[in-house]
Design a protein around this ligand. Sequence first.
Ligand SMILES: C[S@@+](CC[C@H](N)C(=O)[O-])C[C@H]1O[C@@H](n2cnc3c(N)ncnc32)[C@H](O)[C@@H]1O
Length: 178
Amino acid sequence: MLSTIIRKVRTLLHPARGVKISAVRKAEILLENKNGYRTFIETGTEFGGTIKSLRHAFEHIFSIELDQQLYEDAVMRFAGDSGITLYSGDSARVLPEILKTIDEPSLIWLDAHPPGRITRRNSPIIGELETIFAHHHHHTVVMDDARHFSFPAIWEIRWKARRAGYECRVSEGLLYLK
Ligand SMILES: C[S@@+](CC[C@H](N)C(=O)[O-])C[C@H]1O[C@@H](n2cnc3c(N)ncnc32)[C@H](O)[C@@H]1O
């Protein structure tokens, strides 16, 4: 009984808690949110799985990776594809540079974080969002692993998003800003 109440309160405070979906489903969801956009921007390239799944759907893909070896592997993997631009570095610093070159609404996938709990301190998420909210176009933003966001981080994201005129929604463990 008590555990049910605790679970319900936790879900109310943090709706993504416990929800985990497959990489295939994530790619499907991103495609469902294409909205006719031509550009896809990703933070956290890792092995390039999402780039590979979405390449056919977008004219241009930008992706940023902090880990130098993962970045170099991705450069090798996508060599020769001029529709993919890869960046090495911290997405909090690189995303503003990419957005300076973007003059249309885009689909932005925020997936740069260390494994485990995600806070405003150990991930670039708040800085990334502030950059997106300051941009002159209104984008669609999808954030992975919402279940790992700390309570303060998820509430700060929701609050800042609403102030910036974005509607915030959690579904299938992903956080959407539209
Ligand atoms: C969950 S993986 C990304 C998976 C990938 N987006 C996909 O869908 O296939 C997270 C990646 O973010 C990277 N990362 C962590 N902090 C970062 C930062 N500040 N800037 C850029 N990349 C970062 C990690 O090195 C890791 O490769």
